[in-house]
Design a protein around this ligand. Structure first.
Ligand code: DOR
Ligand code: ZN
Length: 345
């Protein structure tokens, strides 16, 4: 196949950041996605409907001329979040709330320490038909970083989905075969997003032959058997698994340092890298469901009306991108050749 046309896709999980960075991140995503679920882990976090609507305006202002890109906002669940906060978010049309266990990742120190204590808030989410988006890793110091997702499933996720069967839950950026098996076997209100890096790479790609900080993200890349489980499930065409890049920019100086930040800035090649994976799997016919159908169906939103086209043509991801203030960012897969190219007119 030399070309593929898809109903316009959406990105169901990404990080735009704020301020001047928006002039870079919003156009990079809007070039191929019509909507995106925008993560709330700013510093300070997006806690209330008012915070989210103000952030949304800043994102809209950073869209390229004529773009119809639509940010879908989320609130950051904290120990202080109340059922009233949820009612206000629902009234403001905010579709989802993000749960980070405290200390799990970038800017997560304001997050939930007492998950069970938040159950009245989860009750409110269920009542208002909002979604709960979960960063699924435990943060206990004694749990090995490669086991944190698997342990989260048994200790935290199973109790939530049993207690709130009508709550729609997205298990974000899953990385393990245990997560795949859990999502497949549990009820229909639980789905998962999968990133390009977890489909393309395993932990050898981060650690063999030298540490590669631009492949470091959280949840961290796992061993090859987990990568294979993720690849198999997207090739199966299961509607419980859909596209969420977790595109997460950090300036080069914060990635290439003695204590580097987690995150892969994949927006520059997101849909193209997914096309590469599905092509490698002989499953290009399943790409449209994953990228353009299953996400809106799960969120209860209409599918997009337009289309995008990709052609089989090699191009190279830039080595570096320069922000307006002169700071460089190294994009995910910098300098690498990608076999699928987005047609732009
Ligand atoms: O790698 C990651 N980067 N994982 C996350 O959960 C957060 C993200 C970020 O905000 O940088
Ligand atoms: Zn994320």
């Amino acid at each position: 196949m030399q070309s593929i046309t898809l109903q316009t896709p959406d990105d169901w999980h990404l990080h735009f950041r704020d301020g001047d960075m928006l002039k870079e991140t919003v156009p990079a995503t809007a070039r191929c996605f019509r909507r995106a679920i925008v993560m709330p882990n700013l510093a300070p976090p997006v806690r209330t409907a008012d915070d989210a609507l103000a952030y949304r305006s800043r994102i809209l202002a950073a869209r390229p001329e004529g773009s119809e890109f639509e940010p879908l906002m989320t609130l950051y669940l904290t120990d202080r979040t109340t059922p009233e906060d949820i009612a206000q978010a629902a009234a403001a049309g905010i579709p989802a709330v993000k749960l980070y266990p405290a200390g799990a990742t970038t800017n997560s120190d304001a997050a939930v320490t007492d998950l069970e204590g938040r159950y009245p808030v989860l009750e409110a989410l269920q009542k208002h038909k909002m979604l709960l988006l979960i960063h699924g890793e435990v943060t206990d110091a004694h749990i090995d970083i490669f086991d944190r997702e698997r342990v989260f499933i048994d200790e935290k996720l199973k109790p939530i989905v049993e207690r709130f069967p009508d709550l729609r839950v997205v298990f974000e950026h899953i990385t393990t075969k245990e997560a795949v098996e859990f999502v497949e076997s549990t009820h229909a209100n639980v789905a998962a997003t999968i990133t390009p890096q977890h489909l393309l790479l395993n932990r050898n790609d981060m650690l063999v032959g030298g540490i590669r900080p631009h492949n470091y993200c959280l949840p961290v890349l796992k061993r090859n058997i987990h990568q294979q489980a993720l690849r198999a499930v997207v090739a199966s065409g299961s509607p419980k698994f859909f596209l969420g890049t977790d595109s997460a920019p950090h300036v080069q100086a914060k990635k290439e340092t003695s204590c580097g930040c987690a995150g892969c800035y994949s927006a520059w090649a997101a849909i193209e890298l997914y096309a590469q994976v599905f092509d490698e799997l002989g499953a290009l016919d399943k790409l449209e469901g994953f990228a353009s159908h299953y996400g809106p169906d799960f969120y209860g939103l209409p599918r997009n009306s337009g289309t995008i086209t990709l052609v089989k043509e090699d191009w190279r991801i830039p080595e570096s991108i320069t922000l307006a203030d002169g700071e460089p960012i190294v994009p995910f897969m910098a300098g690498q050749s990608v076999p699928w190219k987005l047609v732009t007119d």
